[in-house]
Write a protein that binds this ligand. Structure first.
Ligand SMILES: [Zn+2]
Length: 255
């Protein structure tokens, strides 16, 4: 249920992020009354979820299945040595809860299928897609477009990463950007510092969108090539023939 004001304890907690150039008290209250979905919660999604929780997003739903393995620990900062060989959830969710008692954290111990993804997306105000496979990224994109919920797609490779922010029906969706599924490399190389950087930037976009702060990255692709020390931004165009958000799809769904 929506609250009308933040408690003195909450205002004290968020004191360093309230003021000119950061969040307004109204924006902080909007965060409190918002919900976000983060899937998955690994190298990028873990730091993303952590940033959302510490910023004060009222409800954070995190999804990630499977056991932790040793190579995960170069980037999955919600984990620890003791978790190797065991399931990530509910330990990840429990850790997030220890970071902010004013936030509700919901842990889901598997990757949602099409139906569950849509149900989850309908419960939140923003989706952070931090999944490694295009299958999952397309699934979250389709669910976000169908539900009309903003999506931030985060991706990483090596020591580079990309962000795409989608405002459904208004700006290019992920399938407009990648009409064909690019080849996927299982166990691709990645350095944890870029995972954390891209995850934190995805969370920052979500915080901006939810709180009404600054200018969201909607309709733009942000490429950060840390290997070469280059950052670039590409203005995106919607594709009329996009099977996810294009005119043909809209005509089919309304007829
Ligand atoms: Zn599209």
């Amino acid at each position: 249920m929506a609250v009308n004001e933040l408690s003195p304890d909450e205002l004290a907690r968020y004191a360093r992020q309230l003021g000119p150039g950061v969040l307004s008290p109204k924006g902080q209250l909007r965060l409190k009354n918002s919900a976000a979905l983060v899937t998955r919660t690994g190298g990028m999604g873990g730091p993303a979820a952590l940033s959302l929780v510490t910023a004060g997003v009222g409800r954070v739903i995190v999804a990630h299945g499977g056991p932790m393995i040793s190579p995960d620990l170069n980037r999955q900062i919600l984990g620890c040595e003791q978790l190797v060989g065991g399931p990530r959830m509910p330990a990840f969710a429990e850790y997030l809860r220890t970071m902010n008692r004013f936030v509700a954290v919901e842990g889901i111990d598997h990757e949602p299928d099409d139906q569950e993804a849509l149900e989850l997306v309908r419960r939140v105000d923003v989706v952070l897609s931090c999944a490694p496979t295009f299958d999952e990224r397309y699934r979250l994109n389709r669910a976000a477009v169908a539900a009309g919920v903003p999506l931030i797609d985060a991706a990483q490779w090596g020591i580079s990463g990309t962000l795409v922010a989608v405002d459904p029906g208004r700006t290019a969706c992920l399938e407009c950007v990648y009409p064909e599924e690019p080849e996927f490399e299982k166990d691709f190389p990645v350095v944890g510092a870029i995972s954390s950087a891209i995850g934190a930037l995805a969370a920052l976009e979500a915080i901006k969108i939810l709180s009404g702060t600054g200018r969201p990255m909607f309709g733009r692709l942000w490429m950060i090539d840390a290997y070469q020390g280059i950052s670039s931004i590409v203005e995106l165009q919607r594709r009329a023939d996009c099977p996810c958000c294009g005119a043909a799809r809209a005509a089919t769904t309304t007829s």
